[in-house]
Design a protein around this ligand. Structure first.
Ligand code: NAD
Ligand code: GLY
Length: 369
């Protein structure tokens, strides 16, 4: 079954289509958005080798000329160098402002191509065709685009909404198990932050989602997108409620920074450990019950996701260094930090005044030194 979920942003509203076999009619869905029947398809080598031919055939059948721009896979492509090279290749194709870029890949390709679209000739439209679970349920929706700098992740970017998102569940068939699990951390996030019934459903159906059983996968992806679309429509530029989508990200970001943003710890894995820590920290602060914190952890651990610092690294983390990563250092030293915490499963909230000392103590209780 194909579902269409609207992101209600007035003149910039768009549809996120979720279903099987969408690559095969991508051409028909994209054609009405194109002034000229051509598009630059930005993809990574892995995705292009696996699925490029199917997308190309579909676009060609709709009379759309495909200009592939294939980049190396991996986070390092989301850099100034990667951006410069991509922009140069787009300029060489002589795209004009009436053309659209198509981002065909995971979050790396989506963030990079989306940011290139935001600044190419002062802004050009783009379409997202996300190919990882993480990209389908999170990064392709909502218009956050960015590259990393040596000072940190996603520090240079723009809000630039896509014109259309096509989330084809079939492409997930080739996604490695570990990437699937990492994306699942972002799926369960929606249950944690605002939908207890969805969380309970995932407790029972998580294995089916990870096994890519079509009905379970479709429900999980569609419900996640529905929640994200609703939050983005209400708070596009993260002045308030959108921050809830960062549940687990403050702890997770610190773990990623310490492990080098790479294969040692994938973003979704860091988010999983971060969510478990956020729930246990909430319980330690008397904000939520320890039963809820245990249940949150258990639901992720059951799928093989990390939930403890010791799951992430055998060498203990340094609590001081972790806290320093949790905001600008000055802010951390000043003693107050912003976290997304929970009152219960399905009830997250923004806590703006968290004591850095309490976080440090908690991390030591969790095994940091
Ligand atoms: P990714 O794009 O690096 O993809 C992970 C790996 O899977 C890559 O090696 C890729 O080549 C491969 N791959 C992609 N699709 C595949 C498929 N169908 N079959 C086989 N292999 C496939 O990583 P990701 O997890 O998709 O995205 C992570 C990035 O997303 C990070 O840079 C993160 O900062 C960003 N992100 C952005 C937002 C946002 O709102 N913009 C939200 C969350 C994460
Ligand atoms: N991934 C967090 C957000 O889109 O706001």
């Amino acid at each position: 079954m194909t579902r269409s979920i609207g992101v209600g942003l007035g003149e910039r509203a768009y549809e996120v289509v979720v279903g099987q076999g969408l690559l095969d009619d991508a051409g028909l869905r994209m054609a009405p958005l194109l002034k000229r029947r051509r598009t630059a398809v930005v993809s990574d080598e892995t995705v292009w080798a696996l699925h490029g031919a199917r997308l190309t055939a579909s676009l060609k059948a709709a009379g759309i000329a495909v200009m592939p721009v294939v980049v190396p896979p991996g986070e390092q492509t989301k850099s100034f160098t990667g951006l410069e090279s991509l922009l140069d290749r787009l300029l060489a194709l002589e795209l004009d402002r009436g053309d659209l870029i198509t981002a065909f890949g995971g979050g790396v390709v989506g963030d990079l191509a989306g940011f290139a679209a935001a600044i190419y000739k002062r802004g050009i439209g783009f379409i997202q065709i996300p190919t990882t679970l993480l990209a389908q349920v999170d990064s392709s929706v909502g218009g956050k685009t960015a590259i990393d700098t040596p000072r940190g992740k996603n520090l240079v970017g723009a809000f630039h909404q896509p014109r259309l998102v096509l989330a084809d569940l079939d492409v997930l068939a080739t996604l490695p198990e570990r990437e699937m699990r990492a994306g699942y951390a972002e799926v369960i996030k929606y249950g944690f932050l605002g939908d207890f019934a969805f969380f309970e459903w995932l407790e029972a159906n998580g294995p089916a989602v990870l096994a890519r059983e079509p009905q379970a996968l479709s429900r999980a992806v569609a419900r996640s997108i529905e929640m994200k679309a609703e939050i983005v429509a209400e708070d596009e530029t993260e002045q308030g409620r959108r921050a809830l989508l960062n549940l687990g990200h403050t702890f997770g970001h610190a773990l990623e920074a310490e492990t080098g943003y790479g294969e040692a710890l994938l973003h979704g894995e860091a988010v999983a450990a971060g969510q478990a820590l956020a729930f246990r920290f909430s319980a330690a602060q008397g904000l939520c019950s320890s039963q809820d914190a245990t249940r949150a952890s258990a639901a992720m651990a059951a799928t093989g996701l990390p939930t403890r610092l010791s799951d992430v690294s055998a060498t203990p983390f340094d609590a001081e260094r972790l806290v320093a990563h949790m905001g600008q250092d000055k802010k951390a030293e000043g003693g107050r930090l912003t976290f997304i915490l929970a009152r219960a499963l399905g009830e997250a909230f923004v806590a703006k005044d968290v004591d850095a000392g309490a976080v440090r103590t908690f991390l030591r209780q969790e095994g940091a030194v």
